[in-house]
Design a protein around this ligand. Structure first.
Ligand code: SF4
Length: 160
């Protein structure tokens, strides 16, 4: 069997619609991808053995809203050769980052939650925190662009 692309999929603050879309794509492309993709960390597909170690490409969905998520994203970046931002929340922060635009009274109202649960002052797109190699915009992600990016990654890593 030939080389496989080691991929991970992680979701931060968002509604996970791009994850659902990805599962739908797996339904369509299963026989094509089963010999090409090795899922290292993908909790929607497996409950055990999830590990970012050796990841070629990490697909990151959602915006970064907490200190814990910020640390996790940095760890993902360190362990992955390429990082792909998936969907508008990961690419631009919105719509998950709506609280950034709250007026002052509303910001004061939510301050207790922000402090108590370790949230960041603002919600960030992932490019604010780590280097991003590719972006797949859309809400949820644009399926066509996702397939193009995946195709580029397969070819860059010599997976046929
Ligand atoms: S980009 Fe849209 S579909 Fe994707 S997680 Fe954010 S809100 Fe949901």
């Amino acid at each position: 069997m030939g080389k496989k692309l080691a991929v991970s999929w992680i979701t931060f603050a968002c509604c996970e619609d791009s994850s659902i879309l990805f599962v739908e794509l797996l339904n369509q492309h299963f026989f094509e991808w089963k010999d090409k993709l090795d899922f290292r960390y993908c909790r929607m597909l497996k409950s055990q053995g999830n590990d970012f170690e050796g990841t070629d490409v990490a697909f990151v969905e959602g915006a970064i809203a907490t200190k814990e998520d910020e640390a996790m994203l940095k760890m993902v970046r360190e362990k992955s050769k390429k990082v792909v931002a998936i969907g508008s929340c990961a690419c631009t922060g919105l719509p998950s980052a709506q609280r950034n635009a709250f007026d002052e009274p509303t910001k004061r109202e939510i301050m207790m939650i922000i402090e108590r649960f370790g949230h960041l002052e603002k919600v960030h797109p992932i490019k604010d925190i780590v280097k991003v190699d590719y972006m797949v915009p859309g809400c949820p992600m644009d399926e066509k662009i996702f397939l193009e990016v995946l195709g580029k990654c397969l070819s860059e890593f010599g997976v046929q």
